[in-house]
Design a protein around this ligand. Structure first.
Ligand code: FES
Ligand SMILES: [Fe+2]
Length: 359
């Protein structure tokens, strides 16, 4: 396992951005414990529907807010009070912003330090996402806008939780620039187009390829990161679909990975058969990601890629990725905006723009 400092990414241990942390259905009026960004966190859904994510420990005497089953605060079913949460130990109450707003037994005014670090969080496409930022700035961009999610013709993904691997997220992000793995790992043939575009916090890859399993067919993919942790890939060819690959740091040097696939059904509303087709397509897509995953889970960390002609733009990708590990005021030093076409992939011109889904 390698740490962020060994990749020379910047002063922050974890990148700034939106990250998946749980399935939306896991956010209820029962707070749950989570662990990401090297921190113990809690999450719950207030009675207004608001999602709260904050550090796990009460500032009074450091009680874990979500690891209690026996306190009367919990067994009375009143731990979540409106959008607030009560500590199981002495009943201090905190808003979803982490600020203490009631100490039930004390006539003294509430100390200023009686607050818990909280994080912007919301529901996104069947998940809960949170904004992590070591400087605690407000979100600087939005999670990707997936308009199709609210279109009844689009079949929602079933969430694949691929678990945790001891692999630094840098190694996962490298993949978006990696032209030469497409053949050996995914069975791509005849790569007629491989282009990367860097655009602020967004990075894109567009490809046109064949595949060994489906001779004669051509596939267009437009894949993009919106920030450092959420990747969507719009896939044309057999059906219009988006693949999701998301990764969230747990400790310095480990990540958790999720996958999903949402696709437009042939019928409106989708038939039982449409649902089965999309489910099969998702399994096919997940199996392709598992092929990457097996490499990530077993490789040694690579601090310097031995770049050769024909490789994609790994160096620029790593520079782009550094913006998220540096103070916002210095993120501009890592601006590599522009387009890179990897050598030997100019045969197929890109058709009209496939997607504008990224903000
Ligand atoms: S430890 Fe939380 S209220 Fe005392
Ligand atoms: Fe891959």
């Amino acid at each position: 396992m390698a740490r962020t400092a060994e990749y020379n990414l910047g002063p922050f241990t974890f990148p700034r951005g939106w990250f998946l942390i749980a399935k939306a259905e896991d956010a209820t009026d029962k707070p749950i414990a989570l662990r990401y960004f090297g921190r113990d966190l809690i999450m719950y859904r207030g009675s207004s529907g608001r999602i709260a994510v904050m550090d796990a420990y009460c500032p009074h005497m450091k009680t874990h807010l979500a690891k209690n089953t026996t306190s009367y605060v919990v067994t009375d079913g009143k731990q979540i009070d409106g959008d607030d949460i009560r500590c199981p130990y002495h009943g201090w109450k905190f808003g979803p912003d982490g600020v203490c707003n009631e100490i039930p037994y004390s006539p003294a005014s509430i100390p200023k330090a009686a607050r818990i670090r909280s994080y912007p969080a919301r529901e996104w496409c069947g998940f809960i996402v949170m904004w992590y930022d070591e400087e605690d700035n407000e979100p600087q961009f939005e999670p990707p806008l997936l308009e199709q999610w609210s279109d009844p013709k689009w079949v929602h993904w079933k969430i694949d939780d691929l678990g945790e691997i001891a692999c630094h997220p840098q190694e996962v992000v490298d993949n978006i620039a990696d032209k030469a793995h497409l053949g050996p790992i995914h069975g791509s043939t005849d790569i007629g187009h491989f282009e990367n575009v860097f655009d602020g916090h967004v990075m894109r890859q567009s490809t046109i390829t064949g595949n060994v399993k489906m001779p004669g067919m051509r596939f267009t993919n437009e894949t993009f990161y919106t920030g450092p942790g959420i990747l969507l890939s719009r896939m044309g060819g057999m059906m219009d679909s988006f693949m999701l690959v998301a990764h969230t740091p747990i400790e310095d040097g480990t990540v958790k990975v999720w996958h999903g696939l949402t696709a437009e059904a042939a019928n409106d509303p989708p038939t039982e058969q449409d649902l089965q087709i999309v489910e099969m397509f998702q399994i096919y897509s997940r199996d392709a990601l598992v092929q990457d995953f097996e490499v990530w889970a077993n490789k040694e960390p690579c601090f310097e890629i031995m770049q050769v002609i024909g490789d994609g733009p790994f160096g620029k990708t790593r520079t782009w990725y550094k913006q998220f590990y540096n103070p916002l005021s210095e993120a501009g030093n890592y601006n590599v905006d522009g387009k890179i076409i990897t050598k030997g992939t100019l045969r197929d011109a890109w058709p009209e723009k496939v997607t504008d889904a990224a903000e």
